[in-house]
Ligand binder design. Structure first.
Ligand SMILES: Nc1nc2c(c(=O)[nH]1)N[C@H]1C(S)=C(S)[C@@H](COP(=O)(O)O)O[C@H]1N2
Ligand SMILES: [Mo]
Length: 199
């Protein structure tokens, strides 16, 4: 009897459907996607701030590194269709950063060295869903991947994981960030394929 052809899939692996959202393929590489040049902020000038609460809060690099950290292993999904499984990160949970801050916000806008911004509903960055990470795969985070620190919001498309992040601005209203002002979806859930406006 003949062999049933499964069709040629090329080098793009589909991966397990419960791990890889619709339209995505797996990669073992770690592509770099940056809308501009890589900023190089010296650590002694670096701070992380939470704005828009009753009182602004800010940590120096040293203070930030002394906060309770977590190591997490997560799958990441870029809107350009690559997904990468089991990436390992260390950093501070956004829950830890928001502890004790009084506010009425329902959204945050992450802001960064270099001017990039991205908006997120507060509920997408709380309850153990988001971190400000400074280590990747056991090493300090490379500058091209967002070092010294980036946001990690792995359950949303990776453009929400702002590189070179310097703080979160608490907002009562949703305000589109950089890509969201340029046609990308306000929320960006990869399992719902929320890639562009109208998806
Ligand atoms: N500050 C900043 N953060 C950013 C970006 C950017 O251009 N600037 N690109 C976003 C996009 S579109 C993606 S897919 C990821 C890419 O992260 P990587 O370069 O570490 O793979 O960073 C996101 N965060
Ligand atoms: Mo992206």
């Amino acid at each position: 009897m003949g062999i049933i052809s499964r069709g040629f899939r090329g080098r793009r692996q589909d991966g397990p459907p419960d791990r890889v959202p619709p339209g995505q393929y797996l990669t073992d590489d770690f592509p770099v996607l940056s809308a501009g040049p890589t900023p190089h902020r010296p650590l002694e000038e670096w701070t992380f701030s939470i704005q828009g609460g009753a009182e602004p809060v800010s940590w120096t690099w040293e203070e930030f590194r002394a906060l309770h950290s977590e190591t997490v292993t997560k799958d990441i999904h870029c809107v350009t269709k690559w997904s990468k499984l089991d990436t390992s990160w260390e950093g501070v949970s956004v829950d830890t950063l928001l502890e004790g801050i009084e506010h009425d916000a329902e959204y945050v806008l992450a802001f960064c060295d270099g001017g990039y911004t991205t908006n997120l509903p507060l509920e997408d960055v709380t309850d153990g869903k988001a971190w400000v990470v400074y280590r990747y795969d056991g090493e300090p985070l490379d500058a091209e991947h967002g070092g010294p620190a980036r946001l990690l919001v792995p359950h949303l498309y990776f453009w929400k994981s702002a590189k070179w992040v310097r703080g979160l601005s608490l907002r009562e209203e949703d305000e589109p960030g950089f890509w969201e002002s340029n046609g990308y979806h306000l929320r960006g859930d990869p399992w719902l394929e929320q890639r562009y406006w109208g998806d």
